[in-house]
Design a protein around this ligand. Structure first.
Ligand code: R5P
Length: 314
């Protein structure tokens, strides 16, 4: 099996390859002055099973185009079975028609990827439970929830340490879903932690601009609040939720999100907010100049490598 990396998240691809004791497959990605790309596979892939690691994030269009060309080059060079590791599936928040006249961008992306020969998809934390149903090919949605559960355990005071799946609860801690769409996720993490209480924020967005119109929640806030979300883009959901929690008595607010897009001014705005710490995974590579003091990144490379082990033993 050969692992190839696009240019979106080379460090994650390298970690996955290291875990498996492989070198990354050789590929040439050239960008012309007019920003068109040319891709050439150098390693011999004839009749080989290949894995492509490419994420999206702040530049989805750039990375998708590159991915399309990588897949085409691999198939033309004779690759057999293609597994696409796409840790953050860009366009997933456009998974259905919100207003009449709109298309379904995510469906377009999936159709293209499948037509280019992807046999199996591995990704993390989809925005909605329906997304898996848009794929015709095999799809495996992994979750960072167990990693976050471990982190939350470490926030408990020493006499309140929560053991995995035990029923001991830190009575000063509440989990928070920043929107109704995250209920299943917040229930799952609460279960992982033996029943830690949770509250859900009701978020109302303007369907034209995407701006948050209002936020409210029901339920009791505790001293420590941990917001768990699938994706942080502008950071506005997070910051508004943290403000609401603080106004209602939370003394410290943590945030955990599988995908850290951190679009626009999100890094500075989150750094200046009342959030104590933000933990994301490396499904999206964050450039050094966009990292900020309150940010902690945990890796999903081992989970992906384990999943690939399962795939190759079939
Ligand atoms: C929304 O439904 C998602 O779960 C996230 O809460 C949201 O997409 C985050 O976006 P932003 O950071 O731009 O508020």
């Amino acid at each position: 099996m050969l692992i190839f990396s696009g240019s979106s998240n080379k460090s994650l691809a390298q970690k996955i390859a290291d875990h498996k004791g492989y070198d990354l497959g050789q590929i040439e990605i050239h960008t012309f002055p007019d920003n068109e790309n040319r891709v050439r596979v150098i390693s011999d892939v004839l009749d080989q099973d290949v894995v492509v690691v490419q994420s999206t994030g702040i530049s989805p269009n750039l990375y998708y185009m590159e991915l399309f060309f990588i897949l085409d080059s691999l198939k033309r060079s004779g690759a057999r079975r293609v597994t696409l590791v796409i840790p953050y599936l860009g366009y997933q928040r456009q998974d259905h028609v919100f207003r009449s006249g709109e298309g379904v961008s995510l469906e377009v992306i999936i159709k293209i990827l499948e037509s280019l020969g992807v046999d199996r998809f591995i990704s993390f934390e989809f925005h909605s439970v329906k997304i898996s149903e848009l794929f015709k090919k095999e799809v495996r949605e992994l979750s960072a929830i167990p990693l976050f559960a471990k982190k939350i355990n470490s926030l408990a005071t020493p006499h309140e340490i929560i053991n995995h799946k035990s029923s001991i609860i830190n009575h000063e801690l509440v989990l928070v879903s920043p929107d109704m769409g995250g209920i299943a996720r917040i229930k799952k993490i609460s279960e992982e932690l033996g029943g830690v209480p949770y509250v859900t924020v009701e978020k109302d967005r303007d369907l034209v601009t995407g701006d948050i119109k209002s936020l409210k929640f029901t339920g009791g806030v505790k001293k420590t609040a941990v917001i768990v979300d699938d994706v942080i883009s502008t950071g506005k959901t997070l910051i508004a939720s943290a403000d609401l929690l603080t106004e209602n008595g939370a003394e410290e607010v943590y945030a955990m999100s599988t995908h850290g897009v951190f679009a626009g001014d999100a890094p500075q705005e989150i750094q200046n907010s009342n959030i104590k710490k933000v933990i994301v995974t490396d499904t999206i590579e964050i450039p050094e100049n966009r990292k900020f003091g309150k940010l902690e990144i945990i890796s999903v490379a081992d989970m992906i490598a384990e999943e690939l082990k399962g795939a190759t033993s079939h």
